[in-house]
Design a protein around this ligand. Sequence first.
Ligand code: SAH
Length: 233
Amino acid sequence: MSWRADVLTLFPAMFPGTLGESLAGRALEAGTWSLKATDIREFGLGRHRAVDDTPFGGGAGMVLRPDVVDAAISSVADDRPLIFFTPRGAPLTQAKVRELADGPGVILVCGRFEGIDQRVIEARGGEEISIGDYVLSGGELPALVLLDAVVRLLPGVMGHAESGTEESFSQKLLEYPHFTRPAEWDGRAVPEVLTSGNHAAIASWRQDQAIAITKTRRPDLYAQFVATGAPAP
Ligand code: SAH
């Protein structure tokens, strides 16, 4: 069975969006994964299919109603992980992406307005995920981001099996820098070791670069790398 994604959104026309192109788009056509966007408004109340209401306690904006969101979830729910997007959630990581790619699929709930009534998140035992410390206007871009990251890890989607394991974050390190032809461009030569043909020297140069870059740019990741018993630099 292929990997299945359901997205609950007020803007189903945003899907597959960017995921209809390139690697993810080809994999979608090939049936490696499937995507269904369901309009939360189908479960809206009354003649106007209302999905939101004013916040208890006052304040600006509107909140998605728990009964409406719950009905939308019921229409697709099964044993797949259920994720609610919110800036207050756990930051999305490559480890989480890998875990989801190894599972049967995912159900994603995209917030809008001020967010979703907290009771439906708790009642459903959903996981709250953030894609970064900034505020977007809805959970649709986070859904596209998460799905893009997962789909490229599904078996057969990426050209080289190893390209998923070597890159940034897979080893808790940022990736080493890349170079291609021409060997000299605009007065700049590529690092000599890369044209040496000495594979052991190249591997060790790349590892050193990855460590050095991580140490300066992301001391938080570097500390984790050291703590998990990294090979001595
Ligand atoms: N009032 C909220 C922001 C609401 S933004 C707050 O201050 O935390 C509206 C919706 O966009 C959210 O419900 C969520 O689904 C989505 N969203 C916005 N920024 C996000 C982020 N960084 N990560 C994940 N989802 C986000």
